[in-house]
Design a protein around this ligand. Sequence first.
Ligand code: NAD
Length: 341
Amino acid sequence: MSDRVKKVKVGINGYGTIGKRAATAIGAQEDMEVVGVTKTRPTYEATVANDLGIPLYVPDDAAIETFRKAGIKVAGTIKELYKKVDIMIDCTPGDVAESYKKEYTDAGIKAIFQGGEDHSLTGISFNASANYKESWGAQFSRVVSCNTTGLIRTLYPLDKKFKIKEVFATLIRRSADPNDSKKGPINAIEPSLSIPTHHGPDVQSIMPWLNIQTMAVKVPTTLMHLHTVTVKLEKDITTEDVITLWKKTPRVRLVRGKSGVKSTAQIMELARDTGRSRGDMYEIIVWEDGVKVVGRTLYYYQAVHQESDVIPEIVDCIRSMCKLEEDATASVKRTDKAMGI
Ligand code: NAD
């Protein structure tokens, strides 16, 4: 794209785990740019935004004063940011976004929400490969959570090609993100007692026809989530058919335990070794030697890097909502090329 072509102007509300990664990914694209991010408190992340030259916006005039006293440069209030953007990426913590939705509506701008919000907030949820066109031109959409994105990445192509009868998945969830020293457990395994968990219905916000049940347990790790998935299929297929399909599926990456990738620890090392930004692994990782079809039942394990798998989806969602690229496959290719996926 030539420099003379107008880039979509993006603001990011909440410069935390997802917000800062979204900023980096959007900044790498040729058809969109980050014009500002918000922080509510003058933390080290605000200083980092200053150091990176990303304009920083705060809730109100009182906050401008607080940030200035802390030696942090501020470009203005969030209301001033609204006037500069075509779209806001809401990366505030779960359940905070409702009040912001009203502000975005009043400002007449588009917004993308994250998986911590309910589907009912927007009525449209997004996954690039499964339903890119549903967000076409929309004012609001929601990129589903890291776990839901992970399940859809492997299940959608399976269903398309072989037709799924039923899915049962157990999600072994990380207890906190690596930068979080508040959450736990740090020495326990905690089951989600509300069965089935909300993850199945969240997958159905994109694949409403899918018969899926989920359970979940939280474990003391920060690196990744791991899913064990059992899929009953309508057709006779082989283990090789499934592996061949996923080898061709964007943002699904096969690894082998036999090559030394035995756990989430080596997956993160692989991301760091290959020079990924922040050591992120955007793809859903499937252990090739852990895929097995018995009769019409498929069993597999997959790992989800919770901090980053949704990031390329946010970029594609911007393209769909701002009508930058009609073809989902073309958008995915552009995003992935720019992000080094
Ligand atoms: P985070 O806590 O790391 O970041 C949230 C940011 O929002 C922080 O910078 C915080 O200071 C700021 N903030 C807090 N209250 C605010 C308010 N009222 N107004 C404006 N900013 C405010 O959270 P996160 O992990 O980046 O999660 C953001 C969203 O992404 C949530 O909906 C979450 O469910 C979803 N998500 C998180 C992950 C993950 O594993 N971290 C994965 C996928 C989706």
